[in-house]
Design a protein around this ligand. Structure first.
Ligand code: MN
Length: 323
């Protein structure tokens, strides 16, 4: 996934403190992704009040919609992309030779390190039902200057939560189980199904911050001071200091749990880049525009590529995580 909106004024206003349990519902916004057919995505993260949850720094849902996805080659630095389809098939190609199609139940993780480029297409030329999450995870200092990588996982651990409820652990650690995906900070990302008429408790690490994102149905997060309904694509920030969170549903519901250790650094995020300074972002942008080998060449593509937007006229500043 790429961003056509560079959001030059992407400052964090009124940052919410993550030093205690919170219950803050943040609404996703519709963002045009561009292209001939004007595909739209719902973006739940980042928010003006909340730049990150653990190392998670970006969450888009593209769909459900009938579309022909053509996200041409574009670059990334300083992050991992986590792609999780709900419907439809997505073909991923990148500059380290990966060329794979993923469907429901399969996970793609691309690690940019210092630089990679990739493309994302739906399969075939006709519009098809498409629905997926793409999240970005900021890489820590120890990994962000390293080599690019790509992993695909088709056999992810599932945690039985009782009463027909279950969690698929995409990345990191949840309860007693761990995903095989290689991550670089303490983190969790899990899809949780809550059947109609049940109430489940998700175990949480109280040292981590967490959020619940609505996927499907009408889940109710039963937390103090009052229960909160989490509509599809919206994000309920839970802060830190919780041993667990209880979720109830009158009809079948699905949520996405994200969380992790509060991230070590304030980051600078612009377009498809995550860095630590304005100058780093400028250098990455210039390297992409110059066709630098830093980003390689996406396999089975010609010259097509997404050009970088112009830099904003102001210097990019770090997204402060705490007031
Ligand atoms: Mn991308």
């Amino acid at each position: 996934m790429t961003r056509l909106d560079a959001e030059a004024t992407e400052t964090v206003e009124r940052p919410v403190a993550g030093d205690a349990p919170r219950s803050l519902l943040l609404h996703a916004r519709e963002v045009p992704l561009g292209g001939v057919r004007g595909m739209k995505v719902s973006r739940a993260l980042p928010q003006r009040e909340l730049p990150m949850v653990g190392a998670w720094c970006f969450l888009d849902r593209f769909g459900p919609q009938v579309t022909t996805m053509r996200v041409e080659p574009h670059p990334h630095i300083g992050l991992q992309t986590v792609t999780w389809p709900f419907a439809g098939q997505t073909r991923h190609r990148d500059a380290i030779g990966s060329d794979v199609v993923i469907a429901r139940g399969q996970l793609n993780i691309m690690t940019s390190g210092a630089g990679i480029s990739h493309s994302e297409y739906s399969v075939g030329d006709d519009p098809v039902e498409t629905d997926a999450l793409q999240l970005w995870v900021a890489l820590p200092e120890s990994r962000r200057h390293g080599e690019p990588g790509f992993e695909r996982h088709v056999d992810l651990p599932i945690v039985d939560l009782g009463g027909g409820a279950a969690a698929v652990v995409l990345v990191g650690h949840f309860g007693e189980v761990s995903s095989p995906a290689v991550m670089h900070t303490p983190i969790v990302g899990a899809e949780v199904f809550v059947p109609a008429g049940t109430r489940v408790t998700l175990p949480l690490d109280p040292r981590w911050e967490h959020a619940i994102v609505g996927v499907d149905g009408a889940p109710l997060v039963v937390s103090d001071p009052a229960p909160v309904a989490v509509p599809a694509n919206d994000l309920l920030y839970l802060g830190v200091g919780r041993e667990g969170v209880e979720i109830a549903a009158d009809t079948d519901a699905t949520v996405f749990l994200l969380g992790g250790e509060p991230f070590e650094d304030d980051i600078v995020m612009w377009w498809n880049f995550v860095g630590r300074s304005h100058d780093e972002i400028v250098a990455a942008r210039e390297d992409w525009e110059a066709g630098s080998p830093r980003f390689g060449h996406v396999v089975a593509h010609g010259d097509e590529r997404i050009p970088a937007p112009p830099m904003p006229t102001v210097r990019l500043t770090r997204r402060r995580r705490r007031p």
